[in-house]
Design a protein around this ligand. Structure first.
Ligand SMILES: *Cc1c(COP(=O)(O)O)cnc(C)c1O
Length: 354
């Protein structure tokens, strides 16, 4: 049923990738006069005068050991944003093909579709923030190339039911993209281990959340070798810079420290949820598998403005369908969470007596 050759855009299928100097010679030499770099060095350390490894093999090998998947199944992008854009560019013919999203969800699936002139079809989540499988099924036609599933989902915080995701994987002949940006905070298992079973599966993760490296802009996609090959030939040759590769490699040596942070954030998430549930105007704190809480609260939009006057920025989702009157609050440090709670107490006084 799944046929990658039919899914790929004709221009990408026939594309001959740019062959960089570092592609044509990847061994070790004494004299490099092949890439028009500055042979004298740079104002920084000398290291940065050379083009980086276009395939980031050192980072991929380190990741491979941590994720339990061969390096050939890994793609690295300039943030998940690059992976999202590549999926549209490689598989969706502009003005012809379509993709399906299940809002409320991450905004970049929509923005990137608009940039690439790809029609989006909308199957809103159900009231319990789970997939509406029947609705998704009615939207699929022969031009549907991608279905975006975000689990744990942003901004709702919940994981999608695994059996629902499997249902989509088993019955859709296009690509199913599972965005696992928040998977490290979840009780759910990643789908990376299922890649062998589903040739139509792409899993995305990122260094921006649990790894604490949002500023580096480093996203991951895991898929079949055939899909990764397509990404590799389509991406800009040097999409991940040398500094990012070095820093990511260093961070990957510190899995223990990252796991400690994840545990601490999950503990603080639960503690913050408990405190928020005591606030009289809080109507609901949704269960979260991520590092943020979706909170339904009276006068959410006004509260958002009040928090701003206190120097506290949260995400106002109160105008988003199914998130009416909701704020999305990232779990902060102990001090930041306390500042938030103090500001909420002050807000209640203002609201009561003001
Ligand atoms: C934060 C987030 C990302 C991360 O994007 P990067 O470009 O890797 O920083 C991806 N997907 C979702 C759903 C997110 O919330």
């Amino acid at each position: 049923m799944f046929d990658l050759e039919k899914l790929i855009r004709p221009n990408i299928k026939s594309l001959v990738a740019y062959s960089s100097a570092r592609d044509e010679f990847s061994g070790q030499a004494d004299v490099y006069l092949d890439a028009n770099e500055n042979s004298l060095g740079s104002p920084l350390t000398k290291w940065y005068n050379r083009y980086p490894d276009p395939h980031q093999w050192a980072v991929k090998k380190a990741l491979s050991a941590i994720k339990g998947i061969a390096p050939e199944h890994i793609f690295l992008g300039n943030g998940s944003d690059e992976c999202i854009d590549l999926l549209y560019r490689c598989f969706c013919n502009p003005g012809k093909d379509n993709a399906i999203i299940c809002p409320p969800t991450y905004g970049m699936y929509q923005v990137s579709a608009n940039i690439n002139d790809v029609e989006l079809r909308i199957a809103p989540l159900l009231d319990d923030f789970q997939l509406n499988l029947a609705h998704i099924e009615t939207l699929i036609d022969e031009n549907t190339k991608l279905i975006w599933l975000c689990s744990p989902n942003n901004p709702t915080g919940n994981s999608l039911n695994r059996t629902d995701i499997e249902m989509v994987l088993n019955n859709f002949s296009g690509l199913v993209v599972i965005d696992e940006a928040y998977i490290n905070f979840a009780k759910q298992k990643t789908f990376i281990q299922e890649l062998g079973e589903y040739p139509n599966l792409v899993v995305m993760q990122t260094f921006s959340k649990a790894w604490g490296l949002a500023a580096l802009r480093l996203g991951m996609a895991f898929a079949s070798k055939e899909i990764i090959d397509i990404f590799n030939k389509t991406k800009p040759p040097y999409n991940i810079n040398q500094a990012t590769q070095e820093l990511a490699l260093k961070a990957l040596e510190e899995v223990g420290q990252v796991n400690d942070m994840i545990n601490e954030i999950v503990d603080m998430r639960e503690a913050l949820a408990d405190v928020l549930k005591q606030v009289p105007t809080v109507e609901k704190v949704y269960p979260s598998d991520a590092n943020f809480l979706l909170v339904k609260i009276k006068d959410a939009h006004k509260l958002y403005g009040f928090l701003l006057t206190k120097g506290i920025v949260v995400r106002d989702r109160s105008k988003v369908k199914l998130c009416e009157d909701c704020l999305r609050i990232t779990v902060g440090t102990e001090k930041e969470n306390t500042d938030l709670i103090d500001a909420l107490a002050e807000w209640l006084e203002v609201a009561n007596f003001g």
